[in-house]
Design a binder for this molecule. Structure first.
Ligand SMILES: *Cc1c(COP(=O)(O)O)cnc(C)c1O
Length: 484
């Protein structure tokens, strides 16, 4: 019942003449100086509702969603860990939220100091000395770093046109490379789930600009041959890009700069917490080797001769990729997270994240086997192929039915190299009890009738939309009042 109410549009609640606020009469002539063709003939079709209607409508809508604060959220690759409330509170202090980016640097030394320290900490964790906090998400970090690479090669007078990546790469990798003007070359993965080094060798030549790889990779496996891979790429004159979305597995244990990366992005909202999902907000700082520092997007925060913090533009900067200092709200939460945990705490984050993933993987191994079944890092990719064959239950059925039991679904059908993939990332913030209950629920689901599962979920407002039709014929109308 409540669900049905909440699926109404706010326009359905409209009642002529009802108001939530009384505005004083306008003392400006309504059409003063505005050319006739820009004036509307009728008032906009806004809903006429009282304040309680608005509050109830949006509060009810908000309860239909799943979130890290309400449910276990093992969405592989996305690192949906708990966001500490202390950091929410601290990053909302007036001294932080009341600053204005146009203030004189002398008056915002505290904030610039925070950003400077954030750059330093990210450089240390990456093992790469130069950082720009500007990119607003991981994908934009990739794009910015590839522009840095392009500027670097141009500066050297080298014409390198290709970006290589393994087939298990996140879709943002080729998208970023294409947007940055490179030709994308996808390499098949080796059967054991790693970068195929022989295949890479065959493709490396003087046209190679960048090899993009994720480590740990998208299968949750640590690419142990990365130093060798990096040497091959470097010998061919190319650069190695590390997609840092999986940093949650290696914090304080190993560093992209140490295993051969020349550039990387962080996903601060994933690894260092920031409430994210549904497309934002994010923060994707990039870290690069010293010889690339001059090309970073700017400004970056530096220190003047007198020791004051100041905004500096790198000498050959590719320019801005975002307004002001980057996505400050998320950077603040990340900064607080790093300061709260410290070096020892960060290492423990990764150790527990890896332990949790391996625990859950082992608990489910008999029903959802992992094709690349060695010890995983912070996530694992199981296959529903066996239960599909034996029980007629698909990865999608399991994912959808989990919603009925109060779990956010894992990532499914990605990466493509695992048939009927179910990608689970429990993160370090979940207890053993939660992991046990989740594993029990999966077993319970596998004992249910396939027919019941094909129509799941049964308890949500929208049950199972036709994915293909939803993608091909999306319904984008925003208002029923315009629907005639
Ligand atoms: C999340 C993710 C990205 C993209 O990061 P956004 O912050 O969502 O733009 C890139 N690569 C991998 C492996 C990811 O998991």
């Amino acid at each position: 019942m409540r669900n049905q109410e909440a699926t109404k549009l706010i326009f359905d609640l409209s009642f002529a003449g009802r108001r939530g606020a009384e505005l004083p009469a306008s003392d400006v002539p309504s059409s003063a100086g505005i050319p006739r063709e820009f004036l509307a003939d009728t008032a906009p079709p806004l809903p006429e509702v009282a304040e309680p209607d608005v509050i109830r409508h949006f509060t009810n809508l908000s309860t239909l969603n799943m979130s890290v604060d309400t449910h276990f959220y093992p969405l592989g690759s996305c690192t949906m860990k708990y966001n500490p409330k202390r950091h929410e509170r601290l990053s909302s202090l007036p001294g932080i939220v009341d600053l204005h980016p146009h203030q004189n640097p002398a008056d915002i030394q505290g904030m610039l100091g925070i950003l400077f320290e954030m750059q330093e900490m990210l450089a240390e964790i990456a093992g790469l000395p130069a950082v720009s906090l500007q990119p607003a998400a991981g994908a934009q970090g990739e794009f910015a770093a590839l522009l840095v690479a392009a500027a670097y090669f141009k500066d050297r007078g080298e014409h390198r046109t290709k970006v290589l990546f393994p087939s298990s790469a996140h879709g943002t990798n080729p998208a970023s490379a294409a947007l940055a003007g490179f030709e994308c070359v996808q390499l098949p993965d080796s059967p054991d789930g790693f970068v195929d080094v022989e295949e890479l060798k065959r493709h490396l030549d003087s046209s190679t600009a960048v090899f993009m790889m994720t480590n740990p990779n998208t299968l949750g496996l640590f690419e142990h041959r990365t130093p060798e891979i990096a040497k091959l790429v470097h010998d061919a004159g190319g650069l190695v890009y590390i997609d840092g979305a999986n940093m949650n597995a290696i914090l304080g244990i190993t560093r992209p700069g140490d295993f051969g990366g020349d550039m990387m992005h962080y996903n601060v909202h994933k690894t260092f917490t920031g409430p994210h999902g549904a497309g934002g907000p994010g923060s994707g700082p990039i870290a690069v080797r010293d010889f690339l520092a001059d090309f970073l997007p700017g400004p970056v925060v530096g220190k003047s001769a007198s020791g004051a913090y100041e905004l500096q533009q790198p000498a050959k900067s590719i320019g801005r990729v975002r307004s002001y200092f980057g996505n400050l709200g998320i950077l603040m939460r990340g900064y607080l997270y790093l300061r709260t945990l410290g070096a020892k705490g960060l290492r423990e984050v990764s150790e527990v994240a890896v332990l949790n993933a391996n625990y859950l993987k082992a608990k489910l191994a008999d029903v959802l086997p992992v094709p690349h079944g060695r010890t995983c890092m912070h996530e694992f990719v199981a296959s529903a192929q066996k239960v599909q064959k034996e029980l007629g239950i698909s990865a999608m059925d399991i994912a959808k039915r989990l919603l009925d039991y109060g779990y956010h679904a894992p990532t499914v059908y990605f990466p493509l190299c695992v048939p009927d993939a179910i990608m689970v990332e429990p993160t370090e913030t979940e207890s053993k009890e939660t992991l046990d209950a989740f594993a029990d629920t999966i077993r319970k689901i596998l004992g249910e009738s396939a027919d019941l599962l094909h129509d799941a979920p049964h308890s949500t407002v929208v049950s199972r939309p036709n994915d293909v039709q939803a993608a091909r014929k999306p319904i984008l109308k925003w208002s029923p009042c315009c629907d005639s």
